[in-house]
Design a binder for this molecule. Sequence first.
Ligand code: FAD
Ligand code: NAI
Length: 509
Amino acid sequence: KRFLQLVGSATLVTWIVGGAAFYYVAFKERTPGEQLPHDPSKKNLVILGSGWGATSLLNTLDTTEFNVYVISPRNYFLFTPLLPSVAVGTLGPRSVIQPTRYVTRHKARQVAVIEAAATDVDPVNKTVTFSDTSEVQGLVSSTTLKFDYLVYAVGAETQTFNIPGVRENACFMKELDDAEKMQRRFLDCLESAAFPGQSQEEQKRLLHMVVVGGGPTGVELSGEIHDFLEEDLRSWYPELANNVRITLVEALPSVLPSFSKQLIDYTESTFKEAKIDILTKTMVKEIKEKSVILQGPDGVKREVPCGMVVWAAGNTLRKVTKDLMAKLPEHQTNRRGLSVDEYLRLLGSDKSIFALGDCTATSYAPTAQVASQQGAYLAKILNKVARRDHLLHELTQIQVQLASLPEGTPESAELLKQKERLSKELVKAEKLKPFKYSHQGSLAYIGSEKAIADLPFSSGGNLAVGGVATYLFWRSAYLSKCFSLRNRTLVASDWIKVKLFGRDVSRES
Ligand code: FAD
Ligand code: NAI
C-alpha cells in the first residue's frame, strides 16, 4: 500500500513539474521581450529565404552586431519532411509551419521580416531588389536595399525538364499550397468518381493516382496516399476504394537511388504488398488533362488515363539564382547551383555574400539536414565576422589617436598595448573553421506504418533498417526536429486526432 502511495505521489509530482515546465516553455515562446532597435552604425545583414538554411541561421545568430533583414515570399518556415502528411490530411497545414516572426522576435536586436521575393542581386554594388508578390499590395511593392553582408538561401524550385503539360496539369509537392492543392484534387477525383452514372472506365481513370519521381518525396507521398486509402477511404467510400490505384513512375532502374540496396528492396516489396505499382525505367513524356504519356524500357510510348498526377521529379535553380550566376560568369560555372568556398562564401564575390542549401552546388545532397547544419555554421561565422569588424573599427580608432600623440608618452604606450592586445584578438577572429557536414543518416516513411533508415556509425559502416520500429523512430526523430514546442504539440495532437477519428475527407473548395 505504501509502495502504491509512493508511486502515486511520484506520478503526481511528475505531472505537476512536467506541466509547469511545458507551460513555462510555451509562455516563453509566445511572449517575446524588448529588442534593441536597428542601429545605423551597425552593418546590414540581409538574409534571403525563410527555409531550412535561413531559419537555422536565424536561430543561432547573435543579432546584436547587425541590422538584420529577412526577405522571403513566405513569412514562415515550412517543415518539409512532413509535407506529404499534409497532402493526405494526416497533419494540418498550420502544424508544419512556424511564422518567421516567432523566431526573429526573440532575437536581441530587431530583425525586419519582409514578405517579398528577391528579383535581383547585384554583387558589385551590394544591393538586393525585391518585390511584394502576394495578392494584396500597397503603394510601394518593389524596392532596393543595400547590404554589407548577404546570406543567399532561396532554395530551389521543382524541376519540370520543360516536359509538356507538367505545369498545367500536375500537382507539385514543394510548398504548403502544393500539398493543400493535392488534397483538394484527390478528394475531387473521389467525389467525381462517385457521381451518379459515371461509367466503370471513367471511375477507374478518376481513381488512378500517378506519382512521378521515385526519390524520397515520391516514395513518401505514395506511402501516405496508400495509408489514406486503407485507413479512411475504405470506410467512407467503400464502393470506390477497390478501384483506387497508385502508380509510382521512376526513370531510373530503381526507386530511392540514394538508399542502400537492402532498403530499396524492402521498399519495393512493401509497395508490392500495399498494391502500389512501381514502374521503373519509365519516363513521363507528357502530362495531359486526363492522362500521362509514359515511355517504358522498350522505348514504346503509351497513354495511361489518370485522375491526378503529382510531380516530384527533383530540383532546379530559381531564376534569381541563375541571374546571379550570370553576373559572375568566371566563377559560377556549375549548372547545378552556386559555387561556394569551404566557408560558404560565394565564389567571385568579395567575401560579403554567403550561400547555402539547395541553391548551392556542393558535394552534399540537397537536404534539410545539410541546409540546417550550414545555417548553424554560418551563424557562428557571422558572429566571428561581426567580432572582426568590431576589432578592426577599434584598431582604426587607436591608429587615429596614436597619430595625434607624440611618441613615448604614457598615453601612447597604453594605446600601443591596447593595439597589441586587439591585434591578437583579430588574428583569432580571422581564423575560420571550414564547414564540415556531419551526416546523421537518412530516414523515409514508406507507408503501412513502416519507415526505412540508413544510419551511419561513427566508426564507419552503416545500419540499414526498415519496419514498424523504424517508423516509431521516424516519428520521434521528426517530432524532436520540429522547430518549437508549439509545432511539436500541434504535430503530436494531429497524430492522436487521426488515430482516434481518422482523416477528414471533406473537400475544401
Ligand atoms: P528551402 O527550405 O526551400 O527555403 C528556401 C526559402 O527561400 C523559402 O523560404 C522560400 O520561400 C524562399 N525563397 C524562394 N524564392 C525566393 C526569392 N526570390 N527571394 C527570397 N526568398 C525566396 N530533406 C531532408 O533532409 N529530410 C527530409 O525528410 C526531407 N523531406 C522533404 C520532403 C519534401 C516534400 C521536400 C520537398 C523536401 C524534403 N527535404 C528533406 C529536402 C529539404 O526540404 C531541402 O533540402 C531544404 O528545404 C533546403 O533548404 P533551403 O534553406 O536551401 O531551401
Ligand atoms: P529526387 O531528385 O531525389 O528524385 C526525383 C526522381 O525523379 C529521380 O529519381 C528522377 O530519376 C525521377 N525523374 C525525373 N524526371 C522523371 C520523368 N520524366 N519520369 C520519371 N521519373 C523522373 O527528388 P526528391 O525526391 O524531390 O528529393 C529532393 C531532395 O530532397 C533529395 O536530396 C532528397 O534526398 C531530399 N529529400 C529527402 C527526404 C528524406 O530524407 N526522407 C524526403 C524528401 C526529399
